[in-house]
Design a protein around this ligand. Structure first.
Ligand code: TXA
Ligand code: MG
Length: 350
């Protein structure tokens, strides 16, 4: 299959592009499109055969449910049993935006493979002109996970989608680099107090300001839970080919670690704030300014992917505070690193 990439910007006839995408979707095909978080791979959420193609193209385990994307708040009631007061408040405050709500699904409406057999469904309204343009032209819900091969970092550029899925999908809508860069917050509102299953751009503090207490497990707790409630959390994620180690954001310690690793014959890639331009790193991917977590989130996946294009044998990534969106960044970094930290003192003793 040939994969066509269409740029959607001010210069082009958007209606024409959306209608090409809608034709494919209505024929039961899959289409990749940008959202404000990462690129998604969409199929009509009521078409089981079409949804099956998402799992095939991604190589995704079939027990990992998909998020349903909608173009208007009114549609939600067609797919879910009831909308609590808290859920309603959150939709009004944060949609369109990077918040996925887990709600009780209405049986028999969405394709079974969308929810992977669960009685609940994750729904969100993306805050991106192209995603909304597509959804509003289609007038149907789109089941869409991130548009990467399973186990790869989520795509923040159309090129990332092409790298992973060329030949497997017919169309990519290229809307440029996504703004936020990490996936939506997944919040289970079927329980009280609601639980954050995956941290993201809408932080615990922002949620609590709207609806009161919200539970957010620590990264360790999320990994230790034997039956994770977000089934996707149990799979290895976002892992580049070379091993990733987390390191404290301290330029001196970073320099020392790099020196020791190079002595051991390593080629080192460093992901750190710009001012930590460790001269000795073989490859340096700056995260933007110190403590600019927005920049860090936006660049994280692109940097991890870029590491795969180098011959680095080890990747060091600096940690950040878990305040605000830092919780989401550390959640992704912790997974990419499989929880491994570099302790400079131990390096000397090895
Ligand atoms: O920002 C995003 O959310 C992106 C864009 C494309 O919208 N999508 C995305 O989808 O990240 P995906 O499939 O890569 O991640 C969906 C996460 C998984 O961890 C999945 O297990 C969880 O949401 N999830 C989906 N439905 C669920 C449900 N009914 N109950 C619990 N977790 C669910
Ligand atoms: Mg994903």
């Amino acid at each position: 299959m040939e994969t066509v990439q269409l740029i959607v910007d001010k210069e082009v006839d958007k209606e024409n592009i959306y209608s090409q995408a809608v034709d494919l979707l209505n024929q039961g095909e899959v289409v990749a499109f940008p959202t404000e978080t990462v690129y998604g791979l969409g199929a009509v959420a009521t078409n089981e055969e079409a949804v099956k193609k998402i799992f095939e193209a991604k190589g995704r385990p079939s027990d990992n449910p998909l998020i349903v994307h909608i173009g208007t708040i009114e549609e939600v009631s067609a797919y879910v049993e009831e909308i609590s007061e808290k859920a309603k408040k959150l939709m009004e405050r944060f949609w369109p935006g990077p918040l996925t709500l887990i709600l009780k699904a209405k049986p028999g409406v969405l394709a079974k493979n969308v929810t992977a057999g669960l009685s609940t469904v994750g729904i969100r309204m993306p805050d991106h002109e192209v995603a909304l343009g597509l959804l509003r032209t289609l007038k149907k819900p789109l089941a869409a996970p991130s548009a990467n091969r399973s186990g790869k970092p989520s795509p923040t550029k159309a090129e990332h989608v092409y790298e992973d899925l060329q030949g497997r999908i017919p169309l990519i809508l290229d809307g440029g680099t996504t703004g936020i860069g990490i996936e939506s917050t997944v919040l289970d509102v079927t329980v009280n107090p609601p639980v954050i299953l995956r941290p993201g751009g809408v932080t615990k503090e922002m949620l609590e300001a709207e609806i009161g207490e919200v539970i957010e497990p620590t990264p360790k707790e999320q990994q230790l839970e034997s039956a994770p409630k977000a089934p996707g959390m149990k799979y290895t994620h976002y892992a580049p080919e070379a091993p990733v180690y987390l390191i404290e954001n301290d330029c001196k310690k970073i320099e020392q670690a790099i020196e020791e690793l190079k002595k051991k014959g390593h080629k080192v890639a460093l992901l750190a704030p710009s001012h930590c331009a460790a001269a000795s790193a073989d490859y340096f991917f700056p995260f933007g300014e110190e403590e600019d977590q927005q920049q860090m989130a936006a660049k994280l996946y692109d940097s991890l992917r870029a590491c795969d294009k180098t011959d680095a044998t080890i990747i060091l990534a600096t940690t950040t505070s878990t305040e605000g969106v830092g919780a989401a960044i550390m959640n992704r970094l912790y997974k990419a690193a499989g929880g491994k930290y570099i302790n400079v003192r131990n390096l000397y003793n090895q």
